[in-house]
Write a protein that binds this ligand. Sequence first.
Ligand code: PMM
Length: 285
Amino acid sequence: MSSRASTLVAADLGRPRVMGVVNVTPDSFSDGGRFMATDAAIAHGLALLDLGADLIDVGGESTRPGATRPVVSEELDRVVPVIAALAEAGAAISVDTMRAEVAQAAVDAGALVVNDVSGGLADPRILDVVASADVAYVLMHWRAHSTEMQEHTSYAAGVVAGVRAELSSRVDEALARGVDPTRLVLDPGLGFSKTYAQNWDLVRHLDQVTVGSLPILVGASRKSFLGHLLADDAGPRPVPQREFAHNALITLLAHHGVWGLRVHDVRACRDALAVVTQWQDGTEP
Ligand code: PMM
């Protein structure tokens, strides 16, 4: 069935789409507290659009390891006014939430994408919200909430087969609840119940992670496996100094073909994608 959301998923931009992150949280690991005020979050979203973001991902809950959850009303207060203002300004908005109530309010405020890091496990009712609205659904691989996710990194058949099998069963559940498959995007969930080495295994074998031919979104920006890779005697590379490595990684991912990249630094990402486009087909960036 053709819809706004399936068109958004299927559109061929000739490059991965860029999802710019706006975390309206006090405690996200990379930008917590910077965009907590509604005005600051809106201004940041508009700035990311100017820099070339295709989608703005607005989230009100930090998912960094060990984070405690906001109550629903707090999450709603954080994200809904930001989504409404950015949608009004013409932006394509994704809401980063695991909660059905927040997803519904975000859709009502104009969101086009529900980005659920729990793939419908944290609050299964979110699948009903997605099924009954004209929205795309990013279904991420997830095993547990942030307080305990790093206790669940054991994959009997290896992380690639394990993530694929678990994504596949979540896709089955979403379809059973009536979610339109043309509106689905999968995400391997880098950093969520994954060791550093498992993240690298996943990015190296993304083609084996997907289910059928569903498109893949990757969120690697500023994550700790990059900090670990670049560690020296002083410890892991600090969050603000991981961008060059991230850009190298997304260049590789783009060259091998992903649907989307979830990033904090939109300009750096668009620059990398311009290089990939030029490399691949010689069209002017
Ligand atoms: N990572 C974070 C939050 N939301 N959503 C998707 N789809 N994929 C991710 O990898 C992802 C996400 C955590 O990162 P942040 O704190 O920088 O937002």
